[in-house]
Design a protein around this ligand. Sequence first.
Ligand SMILES: Nc1nc2c(ncn2[C@@H]2O[C@H](COP(=O)(O)OP(=O)(O)OP(=O)(O)O)[C@@H](O)[C@H]2O)c(=O)[nH]1
Length: 291
Amino acid sequence: MAERTPWSLAGALRGLRGRKTIDDSTWEDLEEALLVADFGPDITEALMAQMRAQVAKYSTTDPEDLNRMLREALEERLAKHDTTLKLSDRPAVVLVVGVNGVGKTTTIGKLAKFVANSGRSVVVGAADTFRAAAVDQLATWAERAGVDIVRPQMEGQDPSAVAYQTVEWAIAHGTEIVIIDTAGRLQTKSGLMDELSKIRRVIEKQAPIAEVLLVLDATTGQNGLAQAEAFLEHAGVTGLVLTKLDGSAKGGFVLAVQERTGIPVKLVGNGEGIGDLAGFTPHAFAAALIG
Ligand SMILES: Nc1nc2c(ncn2[C@@H]2O[C@H](COP(=O)(O)OP(=O)(O)OP(=O)(O)O)[C@@H](O)[C@H]2O)c(=O)[nH]1
């Protein structure tokens, strides 16, 4: 993550760092940079208070000190959650959920490749039977990633049946990792949540669920989070995936979303290519954020 990113605060902080001393305009610029980056008012206020207190405590006037303190404060807050993917079960079943268009299918393709690259066998399950095109799209990604796929046996098959068959297939073939795609939208919210809980129940008849990953589009920032509320309330989410960070100026959203939901960010999507997915490391992210 060393390259320049649109979500880095480095540009916004350049003016601040270019000054000889910390003054009133430093604080104004810092506050604006934090708000523009979508940290949200609460975190912005807390960070501002923390930085003012630290600057006073160490009686520094050097903007470089402030920059370093900010990076350390962000890293400390980002590291409050365990951001590692838990894939030690065999099979390790990963359920991927989220509203349509956020990048679910793309993320599954990238994740399949990411896991396969580390030498583990993978099968993906096309349990988004709601849209026929979704199955074909997932099949294309599975092929690119060089992993197996279990498709519905007929159009519109019960998604939980596909999820069940995928896990069954993995157990029969000794496949280590199972990644299941789910529909983003049904007619009603309760229909969607009933379907998800049914998928969970049938999977758990055969294997525990290792991770439920909620995919969020970083370009929509905190507004997009509202759309995902039902998943957060009912889907048993264990980790967040932030997609489209490459096209987003909202680097602060990463911290905001983690603090607001209490759920760790486990993966970050940085582009449309199959290699554009990275695990989430607070130290590296804080460094890239501050620049
Ligand atoms: N720039 C960028 N684009 C992304 C990223 N992830 C996904 N996309 C794009 O976002 C669009 C939607 O991605 P999909 O994977 O089809 O989203 P989905 O959530 O599966 O959508 P449905 O299949 O409609 O439910 C596609 O054009 C992807 O190429 C990312 O990390 N960066």
